[in-house]
Design a protein around this ligand. Structure first.
Ligand SMILES: Cc1cc2nc3c(=O)[nH]c(=O)nc-3n(C[C@H](O)[C@H](O)[C@H](O)COP(=O)(O)O)c2cc1C
Length: 127
């Protein structure tokens, strides 16, 4: 857990019932000393609210690639480059398909493909 101290994690939620578990994961990450920036797909918002994730992470949640709060208007670039790691949990079957196909029609998939490949390591959950 010590290795998370001072790390900046983008925690991406896609649409699945397991979004409720990500609330706990968010708390565990912050407790371990990481800062957590939550990004949610539209479908994820059907399962848990950005308000809950904001309260747990202490940061405003990003849900749109058109979010204008970034000075350069490119949240996908900034979020991706600032992160030490991007964790997608839960990762829907739809989202896996998107990543595999390089589709990027919303913020979370867009920031994933904006990530330099040198910083990527794919870790699937072990059974
Ligand atoms: C009640 C409900 C539960 C769902 N649970 C899952 C799930 O556990 N895993 C999954 O891959 N998709 C699940 N889905 C389907 C996704 O929410 C759906 O494919 C959605 O388009 C995913 O969008 P996203 O990948 O942009 O977040 C569920 C849908 C519903 C209505």
């Amino acid at each position: 857990m010590q290795e998370l101290v001072g790390k900046h994690i983008v925690l991406g939620l896609s649409g699945g019932v397991a979004c409720y578990k990500t609330a706990h994961l968010c708390r565990l990450l912050t407790k371990a000393g990481a800062t957590v920036q939550v990004v949610m797909t539209e479908a994820a918002e059907q399962f848990i609210t950005p308000v809950t994730m904001q309260a747990l992470s202490g940061r405003t949640v990003y849900t749109s690639q058109w979010d204008a709060r970034e000075g350069n208007n490119m949240p996908h670039i900034n979020l991706s480059r600032e992160a030490d790691a991007i964790v997608i949990a839960p990762c829907s079957a739809d989202f896996v398909g998107k990543l595999a196909q390089g589709r990027a029609d919303e913020l979370l998939s867009l920031l994933c493909i904006a990530r330099p490949s040198s910083g990527c390591r794919c870790c699937w959950p072990r059974p």
